[in-house]
Design a protein around this ligand. Structure first.
Ligand SMILES: NC(=O)c1ccc[n+]([C@@H]2O[C@H](COP(=O)([O-])OP(=O)(O)OC[C@H]3O[C@@H](n4cnc5c(N)ncnc54)[C@H](OP(=O)(O)O)[C@@H]3O)[C@@H](O)[C@H]2O)c1
Length: 479
């Protein structure tokens, strides 16, 4: 990998402390960073070289950083030594001139034409001025590569996402832009594609002939905690529905890419997203009891902490297969999964067999008890012939003890110039198009009791179709 300078705009942010610095530590520990790769941290208050090094080491001691493994003093010192600090106001054009002088000096000292990665770990309200000033100061191109990493959320609806994408396009080429949604960097997500397209065993059954319906769930059994101020402006549908739930369905149902390449995979993801048709009449919004009393929420808040809705995929393959989504907080269980519920085989003998005769289900369990699991029916181990559920399972806990954290993986991908698991402009706009249609039907949320599966009406919607939500099982891949 070519060497480069990583410029973190907002090195004192929560994001940098909790995600980026720990991810860089793990890359340092794994000797994946080029020897002369340098990091420049930017924020407003002045800091000496010693102070920024101390700051990096302290950040690594925080409890809620992404990997809670012990920190090796030598490795953290090695990482801290790479970090330099330039203080300045991102609103001030003269800061960018100084930054360029610093970068050019470094390149001259190394006698090289440096590659540059700008990581925007700062407020979205600063993006416009950052893009303009990077261009104005001639920092958006260089004799080496220049890339820009930008965090989700991209906009708050399709219109604002389009505006941001157009703004980006004015200053950067699409192959310079890395829109990061950490969900795409999860081992459990990427393995859905490997499982489907490396094996092919189930692929011929991934269509309306065999599938009765699909359920997508992202539930948490805890509330907003300290995130009330942010969450209250967003709500569950935009916080996880617009991105995580749609991405899970996309990975589970997109067509086979022409090749294992960025362009081919992103194209298939986007095609699938563009074919999802949500049913606005099916949307249910809920809010858990006591939400309005949480820190930094408003006492008349109508923010959704739960949503459920029904959708379909309007393509030849999945036409007629209903998709049921649900997500939210303070629910009965913490669980994130996609369940593909198969139609009962016409060949199966049910006559005379006692016990459960439920359908087969393929479960991609993203968390907890991560795995890919097939729910089957087998004979009970007893004298009488009786059928029960059992699971054929691939469990991460048995294999991938050292899977990279999503940030670590995606940062590394960006350093290598691989955009496969980053979101491009059409993809993010297709996601917003789906949730915008649902947001148009926004009604005041129904209050639900903590520890339940949300408002009763969410059950009634699926029950009206003669189906029911699956109780997420903890019987497989036991932790
Ligand atoms: N926090 C997370 O875990 C998380 C997760 C996913 C995505 N994100 C995204 O990551 C980005 C950062 O969010 P955050 O919550 O981590 O931010 P934050 O903690 O509020 O930090 C903002 C950063 O920007 C710097 N900054 C602000 N105004 C500046 C200015 N005018 N000039 C120079 N520096 C300035 C601050 O530095 P000083 O105040 O020290 O100058 C600080 O380093 C956002 O896009 C957010 O949506 C965050």
């Amino acid at each position: 990998m070519d060497s480069f300078v990583l410029i973190i705009l907002g090195i004192t942010s929560n994001l940098a402390k909790l995600k980026l610095i720990p991810a860089l530590y793990d890359l340092e520990a794994a000797h994946l960073l080029p020897e002369d790769m340098t990091i420049i941290g930017v924020a407003r208050s002045p800091k000496s070289k010693n102070e920024i090094e101390e700051y990096i080491k302290n950040a690594l001691q925080q409890k809620n950083r992404h990997h809670n493994h012990p920190i090796d003093e030598d490795i953290s010192t090695r990482l801290a030594k790479r970090v330099h600090y330039v203080n300045g106001d991102l609103d001030d054009p003269s800061f960018y001139i100084r930054l360029k002088e610093n970068l050019d000096d470094m390149a001259r000292n190394n006698n090289s034409c440096s590659n540059r990665m700008f990581y925007l770990a700062t407020f979205p309200s600063l993006y416009k001025t950052i893009f303009e000033n990077l261009k104005e100061a001639k920092l958006s191109t260089n004799c080496g590569w220049v890339r820009l990493m930008i965090e989700k959320p991209i906009g708050t609806n399709k219109e604002s996402a389009q505006a941001l994408n157009q703004l980006l396009a004015r200053y950067f080429e699409e192959d310079q832009i890395y829109r990061l949604d950490h969900y795409l960097g999860k081992e459990t997500m990427q393995n859905i594609l490997a499982f489907r397209f490396a094996n092919g065993l189930f692929e011929h059954m991934m269509n309306s002939e065999y599938i009765d319906h699909i359920q997508v769930t992202a539930a948490e059994d805890f509330g907003v905690g300290e995130r009330g101020g942010y969450y209250d402006t967003v709500g569950a549908l935009k916080d996880v529905g617009q991105n995580h739930l749609l991405q899970m369905l996309t990975f589970a149902t997109m067509d086979k890419p022409e090749s294992w390449s960025n362009e081919a995979i992103t194209l298939r993801r986007t095609e699938l997203l563009q074919s999802i048709k949500p049913d606005p009449l099916s949307i249910i919004f809920g809010q858990y009891q006591g939400y309005r009393e949480e820190t930094n929420t408003t006492n008349d808040s109508e923010t959704d902490t739960f949503f459920s809705f029904k959708a379909s995929i309007e393509n030849e393959r999945f036409s007629g297969v209903p998709i049921y989504f649900r997500g939210g907080k303070e629910l009965a269980q913490t669980v994130t999964e996609v369940s593909i519920i198969f139609k009962p085989s016409p060949d199966r003998i049910s006559n005379g067999l006692g016990g459960a005769m439920d359908p087969n289900v393929l479960i991609y369990r993203i968390q907890p008890n991560e795995g890919i699991v097939l729910r089957l029916l087998t004979k009970k181990q007893q004298h009488e012939l009786e059928i029960e559920h059992t699971y054929m399972q691939f469990c991460y806990k048995d294999y991938s003890l050292n899977a990279p954290d999503p940030y670590e993986r995606l940062i590394m991908d960006a350093f290598k110039g691989d955009q496969t698991f980053f979101v491009d402009a059409p993809e993010v706009e297709a996601q917003w198009e789906i949730t915008d249609k649902l947001s148009l039907s926004k009604t005041p949320p129904t209050v639900y009791t903590k520890g339940t599966w949300g408002p009763q009406t969410a059950d009634e919607t699926i029950n009206a179709d003669g189906r029911q939500w699956l109780e997420p099982s903890l019987l497989f891949c036991k932790l």
